[in-house]
Write a protein that binds this ligand. Structure first.
Ligand SMILES: [Zn+2]
Length: 189
């Protein structure tokens, strides 16, 4: 059975100041220290390096996300990671969404295991339009996990000294099919 892990990110305030925050920060800092952060910084290059280091490519898929839904989504299959992000927002916000999902990924936040059939429908041909919504409805993260993902996103950016000039965000031909299938599954046409 193929396992797919789905993570979402919704715009909300992640609280701080709780006991254990120092330990959480140390744990996140250790995870971030393992990451080969490109200089100048480019989030796509970061994902390319991280994917190579993990032996599993990370595909970035721009998407017009449905109103009221998440801004970001992480789908993990046996062969690849897919980070879906809201495309109709600023470049810094897109980057933040992606880094937050990377935070879940680095933390091994296993969410909902999805049966192979559903995972196949999600990112491979013959997509069932309701599959993604069904999977999303089963996804739940704790407040601590959300805080951890946010911490990792900010710690990654703390390591950035320079930024690459903003370039066009293009989707590879290989990813275009997956983008189209996710678009349809989210009910966008
Ligand atoms: Zn999250």
């Amino acid at each position: 059975m193929t396992h797919v892990v789905v993570s979402t990110w919704q715009e909300k305030v992640v609280g701080s100041g709780a006991m254990g925050m120092k330990r959480l920060r140390q744990h996140c800092a250790a995870l971030v220290n393992e990451v080969d952060v490109p200089d100048p910084f480019d989030v796509r290059e970061l994902c390319a390096r991280l994917g190579a280091a993990r032996g599993k490519p990370i595909h970035l898929l721009p998407q017009a996300m449905p109103a009221g839904g998440p801004c970001g989504l992480w789908v993990s299959t046996d062969n690849a990671e897919y980070i879906v992000y809201e495309e109709r927002t600023s470049a810094p916000h897109r980057e933040h969404i992606i880094l937050h999902e990377i935070g879940h990924l680095l933390s091994d936040h296993g969410a909902v295991p999805v049966p192979g059939e559903d995972s196949t429908r999600m990112v491979f041909p013959s997509l069932d339009p309701q599959t993604v919504q069904r999977v999303l409805s089963r996804t739940h993260y704790t407040a601590v996990e959300e805080r951890q993902a946010e911490l990792i996103a900010s710690l990654l950016l703390e390591r950035v000294s320079r930024r690459a000039p903003e370039s066009r965000w293009t989707v590879s031909r290989e990813d275009a099919g997956a983008v189209e299938r996710i678009r349809r599954s989210l009910g966008n046409t």
